[in-house]
Design a protein around this ligand. Structure first.
Ligand SMILES: CCCCCCCCCCCCC/C=C/C(=O)SCCNC(=O)CCNC(=O)[C@H](O)C(C)(C)COP(=O)(O)OP(=O)(O)OC[C@H]1O[C@@H](n2cnc3c(N)ncnc32)[C@H](O)[C@@H]1OP(=O)(O)O
Length: 241
């Protein structure tokens, strides 16, 4: 059997085994991760500039919303990366993470204008930005086999604080949205209608908030396992999706 070098593919090393990805996949992932790092850096700079110029976070969401929506939506590709196997991680874990972010951006913060100036929005935006700059630069340097230790350290330590804080920001934002949604009936479908279906967005938001209780610990435990694997070299038996 040809080795990674013989057939032109590149070997991606982890602590215990070697994985191969094609040169095309490597090029695509490198481009994707550089683009995402740059996108979140643009957001960081825009947020810092806004705060220094205006002295308040009010109006910040509106000023960065286009860039945020673009780069957060682009992250849908991460589910595809797992599904086609160019990234070795769980489709379910990635799917929950990405869909909850997209939901927060499009169906909560973007749709409910009255909550855009809440402190909780600033909280999750700052946390997401720090997380994503660290995460995508980790993937980029890792793919290029030049990973500085401080980036690896940051990727597998900062989440211990940032994940719960980010989740708190998200939950507080949804909570702040509840009375507005209940009063306006927005995004809800009331009976009677010709399809005979009803949907209450207010109760849907409550269900989403409750779903954090079983789902968030799973994501957090997944990250703790990754941390032990990458920083301490522990081996885990991988389950297929
Ligand atoms: C319809 C509505 C639905 C609503 C649902 C509501 C419920 C939601 C409940 C949960 C809510 C979560 C909300 C989120 C909040 C926040 O994000 S707060 C900010 C802090 N967040 C974080 O720190 C987590 C950030 N996210 C992640 O880390 C990931 O998305 C992850 C999926 C949770 C974990 O990533 P994963 O890829 O599994 O782990 P890694 O160790 O990073 O990588 C594993 C291997 O995969 C390789 N890889 C992954 N991605 C890439 C890539 N883009 N490019 C290249 N390689 C990649 C990586 O190198 C690893 O490879 P190996 O070394 O071979 O193992």
């Amino acid at each position: 059997m040809a080795s990674g070098e013989d057939d032109g593919s590149v070997e991606e090393k982890d602590n215990h085994k070697k994985r191969t990805i094609s040169p095309f996949a490597l090029a695509w992932l490198t481009f994707y991760n550089i683009a995402m790092t740059a996108g979140w850096m643009v957001l960081a700079v825009a947020m810092i500039r806004f705060y220094f110029e205006k002295g308040t976070h009010k109006g910040l969401y509106k000023s960065i919303s286009k860039t945020l929506k673009f780069f957060q939506t682009f992250a849908v590709l991460e589910i595809l990366h797992c599904a086609v196997g160019i990234v070795h991680t769980s489709v379910i874990v990635t799917g929950v993470q990405v869909s909850s972010r997209i939901f927060m951006v499009w169906f909560v913060t973007n749709s409910i204008k009255q909550i855009q100036n809440e402190e909780s929005v600033l909280l999750f935006l700052v946390v997401w930005t720090v997380t994503e700059i660290t995460r995508y630069s980790f993937y980029t340097f890792n793919l290029l086999n030049h990973l500085p230790y401080f980036i690896k350290w940051a990727r597998y330590n900062l989440f211990i604080i940032l994940y719960p804080v980010g989740v708190a920001g998200e939950l507080m934002t949804i909570y702040a949205a509840l009375p507005i949604v209940q009063k306006s009936g927005m995004l809800s479908v009331r009976l009677p209608n010709k399809y005979n279906v009803s949907f209450d967005y207010y109760y849907f938001l409550i269900i989403v908030m409750i779903s954090y209780i079983p789902l968030f610990p799973q994501l957090f435990l997944h990250m703790l396992r990754q941390r032990r694997k990458v920083l301490h070299g522990e081996v885990f038996v991988e389950k297929d999706d």
